[in-house]
Design a binder for this molecule. Structure first.
Ligand code: HPA
Length: 255
């Protein structure tokens, strides 16, 4: 699928981070050297890059090289990230196959979530996603059908949640997933705009009716194209100049 960059200026670079299978076939493979290891990135168009979150060997969510991934984006000069995440729904009305755009998250992981161990930096997360990109994603997603917004609970994995955990989480959040944290935090720490578009792949533990593997595959295939087209349309609308405050997070958070 074509990625549009017509309205973009020379230096505005956009990174898409997603699960395996989203864009690999469409770009030139690059290897970006970072202090956290080598990171695989695909160059899709002049200014658009795709980073397969789980790397070549498909590392599970709890051991993804999140720091390496975000550093690779920084090294490429990327100032905007659109992330694609897969989630389980904790609300009956948010059915598998739905598009969900988080506006906040709760972190139940046990991961290291900062680049800064030697200096005190308290990044403001009262608005954890770039408001400009998030708004565009919501507007573009609405043109394609139903879109839900709300709170994402991040769990450590790799196991799925217990029914008791979901009973607790569903009181204060809508979906559960394993990959948004620490990615969103690390991006903010180094001043990269970040927003996420999630595909609901299942109901969370205890809410699930049986879904056949065929149904899941079909849903994934259908929605993958919708997600790509929402991202394409969104990229066309991202303003050249950053109008948000994401880039100032480090300076504002430093003690
Ligand atoms: N739980 C956690 N992560 C997930 C799920 C889930 O049910 N579905 C997709 N990612």
């Amino acid at each position: 699928m074509a990625i549009y960059i017509k309205r973009m200026g020379g230096n505005m670079k956009i990174g898409i981070i997603g699960g395996t299978g989203f864009y690999e076939m469409e770009g030139n493979e690059l290897e970006i050297e970072t202090e956290y290891g080598k990171i695989l990135v695909y160059k899709l168009k002049d200014n658009i890059f795709f980073l397969p979150r789980h790397g070549k060997k498909h590392k599970p969510a709890h051991v993804v090289n999140y720091k390496g991934n975000i550093k690779a984006m920084e090294k490429l000069g990327i100032e905007r990230i659109i992330a694609i995440n897969t989630v389980g729904s904790m609300k009956k009305n948010i059915k598998p196959g739905s598009i969900f755009i988080p506006n906040d998250f709760i972190d139940f992981t046990k991961r290291k979530t900062t680049f800064y161990d030697d200096i005190a930096v308290h990044i403001d997360m009262s608005q954890p996603f770039c408001p400009v990109i998030r708004k565009i994603l919501v507007e573009e997603a609405k043109k394609k059908g139903n879109v839900y917004e709300g709170i994402y609970v991040a769990t450590e994995g790799p196991r799925l949640e217990t029914k008791a955990e979901i009973t607790m989480f569903k009181n204060f959040a809508h979906v559960v997933g394993m990959t948004l944290v620490p990615e969103a935090i690390l991006a903010r720490e180094i001043g990269i705009c970040y927003a996420s578009i999630c595909l609901v792949s299942n109901y969370a533990a205890g809410l699930q009716r049986e879904l056949s593997i065929e149904e899941i595959k079909e849903m994934y295939k259908k929605n993958k194209d919708i997600i790509i087209s929402i991202i394409n349309e969104s990229i066309k609308r991202i303003p050249k100049k950053r109008e948000c405050d994401c880039k100032n997070a480090f300076e504002k958070g430093k003690l």
